[in-house]
Design a protein around this ligand. Structure first.
Ligand code: NAD
Length: 240
């Protein structure tokens, strides 16, 4: 065990209220590409950059093109939780971890068994009609190649926060409350480049800020423990 993993284990052993805050890097070991890694979606070539396609304006103006990209790249029906998702769920069951705050939209934390999951950017598993608000599951979206339509004729939209849209204030407030109360904040698999989500870490008041990432982030300098590594391997090594 490296000195860093030993330190992480000591922090977890003493913790009573861990909060985890993560991003797309948490799911890369489940086969879902992130945005900013070398093999992430930003490095692949499309007619438009992903940030443009995944924006409110683009959804409204080019709904068909949006769904072509979205079905191809954002829906990953075969993805399963990896060691990171599973260990976080186990930490919650053990009473040590109080909340998972995620920027991910893939539902893998819940699939692993986590209960208190705060989804800052929504979920691909929920979809609704923009006209009558009827809810639809992900299968309805995945099937077919057309723009998905409700029985009332309205367009169905994923319950995902697109660029240019605001975050749900209830989820945001609950995230702030969880981080404010945390004795340990573990941040992993996020470039901390997407705001306002990245700004949440400013609410942490403790002295056990742990960062786990494959590449450096703007917050490395203020972390009490920064671990350069794959999050599944690092969290997977924690003993309960
Ligand atoms: P990002 O792509 O900007 O950053 C991912 C970070 O994770 C990078 O710093 C990368 O080095 C690191 N990383 C990748 N694999 C890792 C691993 N195995 N272990 C440790 N670190 C790893 O992602 P972001 O910060 O979450 O922001 C991008 C936005 O894209 C978010 O809003 C998110 O909702 C969305 N997104 C979600 C998914 C998903 O739901 N799985 C996938 C792609 C993008």
């Amino acid at each position: 065990m490296t000195a860093e993993l030993k330190k992480l284990q000591e922090i977890v052993n003493q913790a009573k209220n861990i909060v985890f805050f993560g991003g797309a890097g948490v799911s890369t070991e489940s086969g879902i590409p992130d945005f900013r890694s070398v093999d992430g979606l930003y490095s692949q070539s499309y007619k438009y950059p992903p940030e443009t396609i995944l924006s409110h304006e683009f959804f409204m103006d080019n709904t068909e093109e949006f769904y072509r990209f979205y079905r191809n790249k954002m829906l990953c029906p075969d993805a399963r939780p990896n060691k990171a998702h599973i260990k976080l769920a186990e930490l919650e069951t053990a009473g040590k971890l109080k909340a998972v705050i995620t920027q991910n939209i893939d539902g893998l934390h819940q699939m692993a068994g986590s209960k208190n999951v705060l989804e800052l950017h929504g979920s691909v598993l929920r979809n609704y009609c923009m006209k009558c608000h009827q809810f639809y599951d992900v299968e309805t979206i995945a099937e077919g190649e057309e723009v998905p339509k409700c029985s009332c004729g309205g367009t169905i939209k994923p319950d995902v926060v697109l660029y240019g849209e605001g975050l749900d204030s209830d989820v945001m407030n609950r995230s702030v409350a969880a981080i404010t109360k945390a004795d340990v904040l573990i941040i992993g698999g996020t470039s901390l480049a997407v705001y306002p989500a990245a700004g949440l870490i400013n609410y942490y008041r403790g002295n056990h800020l742990v960062l786990i990432n494959k590449s450096s982030t703007p917050m490395d300098a203020i972390a009490n423990l920064a671990i350069d590594g794959k999050i599944g391997e690092v969290l997977g090594a924690i003993k309960l």
